[in-house]
Design a protein around this ligand. Structure first.
Ligand SMILES: NC(=O)c1ccc[n+]([C@@H]2O[C@H](COP(=O)([O-])OP(=O)(O)OC[C@H]3O[C@@H](n4cnc5c(N)ncnc54)[C@H](OP(=O)(O)O)[C@@H]3O)[C@@H](O)[C@H]2O)c1
Length: 351
């Protein structure tokens, strides 16, 4: 026997396995309990175009789905996209009850709960909603705002420096923190960097050193924000290891300073199916993103070092007085190797 609550917790955990590979779709997990309340099947949506979580769980459960209960982290879809509607598949399988954590906010896929109810299936919503929303935060925020969910990641010393006075900046943090960054990259669809960083550090911006020898299934799109196309011909971001977009002002649009228009860049990335993006700096580009209100979450790796002088992790974020400070809430603080990793979400500004 498994309680519905335990099954939903499992469905939310399963959903997370799809992070980084389902866009433009959400991550979804599903657990099917048979009529006796025993686990009969489970599944998650692994990649866009692949079977939805409910379909994987139904295939596993077979006849045991009849009279059973499905626990899904997101409302079952009601439309025929690349795959058939999941609401109908649940009805056809004879599922008696469906418990949904979060409603689908997209007009095209919503309506699954109504279809189920119309067919006489018992539907309950809201179980473990906060957890399930959290697990799908990038996708939910992206579809609500029509732009990718942006996580700004930086590494700094205890005194907030991202480079020393002489400009050297590599290896501020320890090896475990750098591996952690690769894990973070593996959960997003795009990695964004300014041309300043590309010229200074020549980063490759790919997913490489995952834990336990895992290999990346897909590589995020590398986006270089480069108004005039200064990215060197031999830059590593131009190699064949991952797709790259050198986003110039001519292609994207120009802001008041003649640089790449960031809201237009976000709209263009959303149109390309990007739902979660990792902004990897540097300080100038991060400042512009923050000033434009385009950062949703910050992940900072703080090394137990002091540099005294050197560049701040962010410059020009449009803040001049303490009253204008950008406010965040810590959502996680973890020690990674010798460093601290904090995660914080930006407080939405009052409309
Ligand atoms: N510790 C860390 O976490 C970290 C992370 C990354 C980088 N860094 C360090 O940061 C340094 C480079 O940073 P940086 O500030 O010089 O460069 P950056 O932020 O990587 O790139 C800034 C450049 O992006 C271009 N850009 C295009 N549109 C823009 C817009 N709307 N707003 C802002 N910039 C726009 C501009 O060049 P154009 O006008 O030519 O387009 C601008 O000069 C390096 O030393 C690197 O090591 C540290």
């Amino acid at each position: 026997m498994m309680t519905e609550d335990e099954a939903m917790r499992r469905a939310v955990a399963l959903a997370a396995r799809g992070l980084g590979t389902t866009s433009p779709n959400p991550v979804v997990g599903c657990v099917l309990l048979d009529a006796d309340g025993d686990m009969a099947g489970e599944g998650f949506h692994a990649y866009a175009g692949g079977p939805h979580a409910e379909i994987v769980a139904l295939a596993q459960a077979g006849e045991r789905a009849r009279g059973g209960t499905a626990l899904v982290s997101l409302e079952p879809c009601n439309h025929t996209g690349r795959t058939g509607p999941c609401a109908q598949a649940l009805i056809n399988a004879g599922v008696r009850r469906v418990v949904i954590a979060v409603d689908d906010p997209t007009p095209v896929a919503a309506g699954g709960a109504a279809t189920l109810r119309g067919a006489g299936v018992q539907v309950a919503t809201g179980m473990r909603r906060a957890e399930a929303e959290d697990g799908n935060i990038a996708w939910l925020t992206a579809v609500r705002r029509g732009r990718p969910y942006v996580t700004w990641k930086f590494a700094a010393t205890l005194d907030g420096r991202s480079a020393a006075a002489d400009g050297t900046s590599q290896w501020i943090t320890s090896a475990p923190a750098r591996t952690d960054v690769h894990e973070l990259r593996s959960t997003v669809d795009a990695i964004i960097a300014g041309v300043g960083t590309v010229i200074a550090d020549d980063p490759q911006l790919t997913v490489r050193e995952l834990r336990n020898g895992r290999l990346a299934i897909t590589q995020p799109l590398r986006v270089v924000v480069d108004s005039g196309g200064r990215t060197p011909a031999g830059a590593r971001v131009r190699d064949a290891a991952a797709p790259t977009w050198i986003a110039t002002a001519a292609e994207v649009g120009t802001d008041a300073d003649g640089r790449v228009d960031l809201p237009a860049l976000m709209t263009a990335l959303y149109a390309r199916g990007i739902r979660a993006a990792l902004l990897e700096g540097g300080p100038t580009l991060a400042g512009s993103f923050l000033a434009a209100g385009l950062v949703d979450q910050v992940v900072g790796y703080v090394a137990p070092k002091l540099l005294g002088d050197g560049r701040s992790a962010v410059v020009g974020a449009g803040v001049t007085s303490i009253a204008e400070a950008i406010e965040l809430d810590f959502t996680d603080i973890t020690q990674v190797g010798a460093d601290l990793r904090f995660t914080a979400s930006l407080r939405p500004k009052p409309e």
